[in-house]
Write a protein that binds this ligand. Structure first.
Ligand code: G3H
Ligand code: 13P
Ligand code: ZN
Length: 339
């Protein structure tokens, strides 16, 4: 089947009360890890690329790798999603490159660093939604702002600043009415990267109750949780055991995400956990077999480690077992849906 629009997949998830991991990729091994996990668990998948990923891979490589996944796994519905588009132009170029879903992140200004005004966000997101929907492409917007984009080092909001830009439920309702987005990313206290919380988060910093409030106001909007890596202790330990330096940190517990899924969360963004898994596996080979210099010797265990993360999330979020149940369609077929 061809790449599918995200709307179709999220609608199915909503009808059947499950969530879908949106997994970031930057290279072939990460795409392979996701697809191997998807096949093993019969999961529909959202594969997403950030602006940084597009720059690193080059759109042509990325597009062809995604088409290879489609060819190799005809029974798995696959969404190709732009993560954190910073401008309408970025979203439009992704659509030209065959992305079936785009995120217009107008919560920050175009440089991705400072929170923008509501008016700017609503205007640019509406512009993208109108153009994308005319092509049947799905759109995610964001209201409220998260911390730590591009790993929290030198860009984005700090953890403390992020707590000041949580989503206002009334504004979220207004934003969906003003823009017509298919999915809405909300800020509930998570941030991007490994350093989210200094201790296991409780409800005062990870505000799952906000999700419940927003869902009550927007029962038909698919909610998205960004910064939702769980940063498992064992992955931190492996990296540190083999010469790494990850300071003790805490992510978003999987059971909190499961609570979110009960209240309208349909897309859960996970990147850091894959990065940690890959890095730990590579460090282990380098430390234990310093004589090795064949990239396959360390990229194979790296891919396997990411695959295990993907299987765990696909199972925990409930997308496992659903690939075959989705009636796939194309962006072209979605055009009339938005008219
Ligand atoms: O939201 C951020 C994602 O983890 C992508 O990160 O901008 O470093 O590719 P990146
Ligand atoms: P993590 O850094 O928690 O994996 O979040 C990824 C993300 O939100 C991508 O948009
Ligand atoms: Zn994000």
């Amino acid at each position: 089947m061809p790449l599918v629009p995200m709307r179709t997949m999220l609608d199915h998830a909503a009808e059947n009360d499950y969530g879908i991991a949106a997994l970031n990729v930057n290279n072939m091994e990460q795409i392979q890890a996701i697809m191997m996990a998807a096949e093993e668990t019969d999961s529909p998948v959202i594969i997403q690329a950030s602006r940084g990923a597009r720059k690193y891979t080059n759109d042509a490589y990325l597009r062809h790798l995604m088409l290879a996944a489609v060819e190799l796994y005809p029974k798995i519905p696959i969404v190709m999603h732009l993560d954190h588009g910073n401008s309408a132009e970025t979203c439009f170029s992704a659509i030209e490159q065959g992305f079936t879903s785009v995120m217009m992140d107008g919560s920050l200004s175009e440089d991705g660093k400072v929170p923008s005004s509501y008016e700017y966000n609503a205007e640019v997101t509406k512009k993208v939604a109108q153009a994308a929907h005319a092509a049947g492409v799905s759109v995610e917007g964001e209201i409220g702002a998260l911390g730590g984009i591009e790993d929290g080092h030198g860009a984005g909001l700090s953890e403390e600043e992020a707590q000041e830009h949580l989503t206002d439920p009334a504004q979220a309702e207004q934003f969906v009415a003003d823009t017509g987005v298919d999915a809405l990313a909300v800020a509930i206290g998570t941030s991007h990267g490994a350093y989210k919380f200094k201790k296991k988060p409780t409800g005062d910093v990870l505000k799952m109750s906000l999700i419940e409030e927003i869902h009550k106001r927007l029962p038909n909007t698919h909610l998205v949780m960004h910064g939702s890596s769980s940063v498992p202790q064992e992955l931190q330990d492996i990296i540190n055991q083999y010469g790494g330096d990850i300071k003790q940190t805490y992510g978003v517990p999987v059971e909190e995400i499961q609570r979110g899924i009960k209240h309208g969360v349909r897309k859960i963004n996970v990147d850091t956990d894959s990065r940690l898994a890959i890095t730990g596996a590579i460090r282990k080979v380098f430390a234990e077999s310093p004589e090795q210099f064949d990239p396959r010797k360390y990229l194979t265990p790296a891919r396997e480690a990411m695959k295990q993360v993907c299987i765990a999330r696909m199972t925990a979020f409930g997308q496992a077992g659903n690939a075959g149940k989705i009636k796939p369609n194309t962006c072209k077929e979605m055009v009339s849906f938005y008219k």
